[in-house]
Design a protein around this ligand. Sequence first.
Ligand SMILES: [Zn+2]
Length: 474
Amino acid sequence: MKSVDTLITHARLLTMEGPGVGYMPDGAVAIKGDTIEAAGPSEELQRQYTAQRYLDAAGDIILPGFIDAHIHTGLALLRGTAQDMEHWMQLGIWPFRRHLSEGAAALGALVNIMEAMKAGTTTFCDYNSGMNQILPHYEQLGARVRAAETIHSLPADLGPLEPGELYPLNDTVGAERLEANAALYDQWHGRWNDRITVMFGPQGPDLIGKELLLETAHEARQRGAGLHMHVAQGDREMEQMEKRWGCRSPQYLDQLGLLGPDLMAVHLTEASASETELIARSGASMIYCAGSIGIIDGLVPPIAAFLDAGGRAALGSDQVPGNNCASMFNEMKLTALFNKIKQGRPQAFPAWKVLRLATIEGAEAIGLADTIGSVKPGKRADLIALDADAPTLNPVLEGPVRNIVPNIVYSARGSEVRWSMVDGDMIVEHGQITGADEKKAIKAAQAAAEACAAAAVDDLRESPLKKWTEQGYL
Ligand SMILES: [Zn+2]
């Protein structure tokens, strides 16, 4: 008998290995340290292993933790303040953003990370300014994070801009932000047994000068770090690109040699068919944020075409001022629904496909497929357990039609998460965060959000939501 730290038995196990979901009806997982030692039938693993800790998962569905491949946790204090409007960034976000200190943003991030963890997210690709104040929260809560600092050249005193007006770019500001990203990398990359890794995060080709973008890519490549960047994220970006550089974002990035496997290209909302194919063929991955782009732009980005062209893709929740939540259950369901509606075909984006995008294919798209995304010996033990007896997952049928995956994607909401582990450590237990006081964090975030809103009053003169509030619609 070999000895391991944890032996999970009698689970309905979705390994996400192979072409489908790799289902095992009475599955077991043996974990040694931070790593999956074995996965297989309970009877077999019980014969082979003794353990320090036994977890009887009868009644649970066990699967790899979800990957949220694009999230700005630092915007969480603005939840519910910037949807249902045109010019989301100019009229919705910027009036508040000017009054949001990095310290306050980090208070919102703490709550946002907890929210996502309680709904089964174990890996976050978090993308903010002031990440050095947010990463300690990850360290405290135990979730896996691939962090990037947003590098942009927008001056701090940027006032309200007319939609369509060319933004002023100040590359002194950009250089400081690049320096902050490099410092973040040096301080945090590889910490905690690689649970924290750092990428470089140019905020978008329209929000940074050409030289600085090239310098950012150079700094990233020198370190073997990837780029996390919004690309073709809206007509606003394309208008800015054509006005400033005379071409659209995909061609611009192609000319600069920045399309390639080390790029995570977020959104691609405005990418044409040929641009989508160009990016997919380059090896860059696409991050699709169904809820966010649905609410902000009323659009469905070309993820189907991107996958058809052989591209790798993952799902992201983006940010709560336009989504308005951080749950991969929400993203999976919206991904399936929006693409079915767009194509007018119920066969499009079946449940198993979106579950793969949130797990194994997502891991490939963010460059962590060797580490996470499936239940496979040698990978890290990042697992979640869903309560199969929850009303939303009931009834569970094993055959002749198995309904477990459709129930997870179309019916579950997140409250079914019984526990969640990263590197074999429990980060959610009995549905509750283990590493921090949730009530205390919510109270601090509430106070910070109220202060930010009070400071933003004058800047919100043009906000349609302010008018709706006064008219009694909100
Ligand atoms: Zn974003």
